[in-house]
Structure formats: C-alpha cells, structure tokens
Design a binder for this molecule. Sequence first.
Ligand code: ARG
Length: 279
Amino acid sequence: MCKPDYFKIAYEINPWMNINVPADIVRAKEQWEAIYNTILSLGVKVSLIEPVEGLPDLVFTANAGLVHGKKVILSHFKYPERQPEERYFEKWFSNHDYTCYKLPKGVHFEGEGDAVYYKDILLLGHGFRTELSSHTHIGDITGKAYKSLRLINPHYYHLDTCLLFIEALDLIIYYPGAFDYEGIEIIEGLPSRTLRIYEEDAGLFACNSVCSGTKLLLYKSTERLADKLNELGLEIIPLDTSEFMKSGGSVRCMVLTVSRSKRSEVRNQKQQVRKGENF
Ligand code: ARG
C-alpha cells in the first residue's frame, strides 16, 4: 500500500475524475488509515511504498504490476500522467528481491487492476487501459492459462472495478454492464457461482472490495446486496472511500497482493445462490 500524502485530483483520466471536485486530503488520510488498520487487524502483513510528491495516483498500488511468486510483471500505464510511477514501483520490487519483467515497448498493462487470479487461471481485462496484446505475454511469463475479457463501459475501465472473485465461497460477483456479450458468456461459463449486480451497486464500486476469507472490506452497497452477501456468509466491513472514489478508485485499488495464502477452504453453499443470480 502507499500512504495518500500527495493524493489529489490533478488530472482527468477516467469519467469519475473532475479537477473541479477536489479530494479532501484530511479525510483521504483518515480513510486510508482506516483501511490500513483494518487490513492489519485481519492478520495480513502490509508493506508500504514511499509516497512521491507529484504522483497523486501512486496510492493505487493495485496498478503497480502483477505479482506471481517472486516474479512481477511491471505495469506500463496508458496515460502519461501515471507513467512516472513506473520507475518507483520497479525500484520497490527490485529492492524486495523480485524478478522484474517488462512488456515489449509501448504495450500498455495496468497490473492487478486488470488481472484477477481465478482458480488455476487468470482473468485479464482489456479495452481501456490494458491492451489485449499484453495478455499473451502475461500468460507466457506466469505460465498460466488466461481468459481475456473486454471492458466496454468507461466507468469500469479496470477489471477490478467490475469483477470480484471470492475464493472462500467460490463466487464471482460482477457487473454485466461493463462487459461485452462474449465476456458475459465467458464469465458465466466459468465453474463457479455468479452473482450479477446492478448499476446501483456497481457505481458504488461494490466489486472493488478486498476479501480476506469471508470478510469483505467494502465501501458501500445497497441494502439489498448487503443482505444477500450476509446471507451468503460474508461479513461486511464497511470502509469509507469517498475521497478516493473521486479518483475512480476504492478499497481494492489501494492494495496490491504480493503474496497469497494457500487456497482457502471452499464452502459448499450451493443452495444459497443459483448460477447467474441477479442482485
Ligand atoms: N485515478 C486512477 C486512474 O484512473 C484510479 C486507479 C484505480 N485503480 C484500480 N485498480 N482500479 O488510473
């Protein structure tokens, strides 16, 4: 994670950002501390990267790259505004003994923002930030099979804004309005239960949550979705991210997974949600 010391809305590179709607830095710092402390309280170890003045979006560390064991595929940001972050992330990874991989020159890829570990494969987004041509390289470097999902709605410009895999429940929560028809077919064809959320919850970045076991660190959702998630066995930990939402990011964007525990126990709750249930 990265403290939001220099966080602000300095430019507009997604539809959520408006330089005339500034972030309140005091609130942003409080919100970030609450997320950090909550993650620590779950027994998760958190490493920090130093904030850098002039790089307001460095706080969104999910975009640093994609970690696979001690390998990392470094991001190459689409927008020049974020490209200066690349060398700081690279430095952090080299200092922490990662083998750094870079994609061929000019190929854009925005890290875990567009890559979700799903069982033995990767789900990779493309369309707004990450280019489809990066996917074969990611497959080669990680040695993993992958499925490419095209994003079509500019409000959901990274895969982690519209799809979340909850391993402990073998459940995929996603917003169909962010994907093309083929993408929806791919998601529905995966061997997991799916919960399709409506725009109301997608717009609150319900998919941009962090899940640890069955605890879900989430900004906000409608009561209807919260009830459903509770019924499924998830314990919601609400965390205000209002200031970061002004930049088009929520809890998930502020965390990069650098190591993961052994596959958590998959609970059999098949009765509680049918395949492709709408919520
Ligand atoms: N303002 C940032 C951008 O547009 C937000 C990044 C959100 N990160 C994420 N993983 N979805 O790049």
